[in-house]
Design a binder for this molecule. Sequence first.
Ligand code: GLU
Length: 332
Amino acid sequence: MKKNQWFLMMLSAVLLVLAACGDDSGDEQESSGESGDAAGGEDWIENVTLLTGGEAGVYFPLGVAMADIIDSSLDNVSATGVSSGASVSNAEQLNNGEAQLALVQNDIAFYGAEGSNMFSEVLDNYSGVFTIYPETVQLVTLADSGIESVADLEGKRVAIGDMGSGTEANANQIIEAHGMTVDDIDAQYLDFADASTNLQDGNVDAAFVTAGTPTGAIQELSASADVRIVSFDEDAMDSLMEEYTYYTKQDIPADAYDNFDSTASTVAVQAMLIASNDIPEDQMYEMTKAIFDNLDQMANAHVRGEELSLDTAEEGMSIDLHPGVQRYYDEQ
Ligand code: GLU
């Protein structure tokens, strides 16, 4: 009987809600009250999609954590972190209105805003939120592959990231800085997970991975095989940094992975969050605040999440900030 009473109560509650919705639908305009624009500004976007990267990267766990924070902190916003082809395609999709937030590399965000490099037009519908952590360009190979320099990649099967990823862009630029072109290698467009499996199975010889360390895909590989991360030539890094100013030098410490016993000299860019300019200012203010109010959840999702802080949020910021983000920073 108790069950029946509960069922009837729930049924009447549902009917009440339906009746209330029915009233609203009689309005001339779609109700904006539900979108929760408390400040009386523009309508908030209720369904927020946050683009990340492949599931074996660092964007994915951190992006899912950020979406979860927004989702649980703001009553009238439902946010979801989704896997994607990473930086270049994220910037394009955000610009086209297919998503509202995205993790991207700071170099790629800049090229998009400028319409240079891999972008044939200016992407002017996104702006910056914060930078988070360095993304290291890791050229990974098995320890016994015989590949010890970028020059050794000639004629080899090399995974250069997903098509449209920041990794692909970095691989091209780094190969060119070493006096070769992508035509000198047998380039394979693979995400990190597929690159790692194919390295292990002997189907590719090396893989470029631009991501925070430790990167899940490399961790998985190094748990069962001896890996080497190939150092870049000093001169090549200098000319690379001269031409593309968002690269910085970065050493990978020997304890970064299991079965990895040498350090590597390489370069890094910064991971950052970008936001669609379609997001109203007050909504972006609240979403930014929610993330900074829950930094522990970022740290729990991946060790690189520990690096998000108000003190460094604008370091390496390559594009203008979203007005809601700017207001939040100004108030701190
Ligand atoms: N930076 C990478 C890219 O845009 C993705 C990194 C990640 O998934 O953690 O290609």
